[in-house]
Design a protein around this ligand. Sequence first.
Ligand code: FAD
Ligand code: EPU
Length: 283
Amino acid sequence: RTGARVERLPLARFTTLGVGGEAEVWFVETHAQLAEAMEVPYRILGGGSNLVVADEGVPERVVRLSGPFAERDLSPDPLLSTPEQLVTGWVGGGVPLPGLIRTLQKLGLSNLEGTVGIPAQVGGAVWMNAGTRYGEMFDGLHTLEIVTPQGARQVTPDDLGWGYRQSGIPRGHIVTRVRLKLRPSTPEAVLEKMSAADQARKGQPKMKTPGCAFKNPGGVSAGRLIDEAGLKGTRIGQAMIAPEHANFIVNLGGASAADVHGLLALIRERVGVPLELEYELWP
Ligand code: FAD
Ligand code: EPU
């Protein structure tokens, strides 16, 4: 009724792991289309860079932010900006994060350069406060628009209980757009801060993967714990614990979700401390 484009598609196409069966994907471009999509059980798909989707797909509608929800207005808001802090116009939740981070560097705008190399969309990165030890999404957020089946509301980071790899936003509440708060700097200075975070990625695998499998327990590298358990290079089917970094599971080509689940179970069995999953398992 609201004209959203709807297609049955394999989710493998939308995930960095390259795994996942079919679902009904709703490409929403307006708040009205989003409201219609949310009338029945739904899931929100971002860059698919933290997802392990079942080979059977998912029965729920899958919402994908498109059109204006994937556009960005980086011009300074005249009322909210000061010489020390630039507050942008709206940046859509469907905007790819890597391109945004590159543009901010060229503009000499600081605060988010620590998130370089995270292949997410803005909404997904905000929802889990993606980051590295050089910085995280909440370093650069001024206002968030969040949509639920009950409607849209605007919040500030202070309204949320955010922390390491968590925003405090309940699952299924959709981050449709945000305003960024940035510190005016120079392209050179931003690039220099970025290269440290870039350097830390050199030891990460280049193959298809959904990033780190587990959160770091109490600040200790989960990768290191899995490595010490002797699990690097372990394979189940076409999924493998990366030889480069043990907290990454890679798809050797044709892996199934079950292969990945098998490795996750093996890691939990072999590592002595409880590990909290960073991935999302669908369903
Ligand atoms: P998806 O994978 O699509 O979804 C993940 C979750 O977010 C789901 O629950 C989904 O429903 C929810 N979600 C997605 N969009 C929205 C939205 N608009 N509103 C509300 N909820 C939403 N992560 C780090 O933190 N640091 C890293 O250094 C890092 N490096 C990575 C390197 C590689 C090579 C890869 C593949 C991944 C890496 N990741 C890293 C993991 C991943 O990029 C992050 O978890 C990211 O936040 C996922 O965002 P996404 O848009 O891809 O979300
Ligand atoms: N280490 C090992 N063996 C391994 C992996 C790591 O001994 O197999 C050791 C390293 O030698 C190093 C220490 O553990 O001494 C830390 O490793 P690294 O610098 O790779 O950091 P990490 O804590 O393992 C975190 C994030 C990454 C992020 C990097 C870089 C988590 C769960 N992981 O990894 O984020 O890219 O720092 O900042 O917080 C993600 O969340 O998906 C992710 C990739």
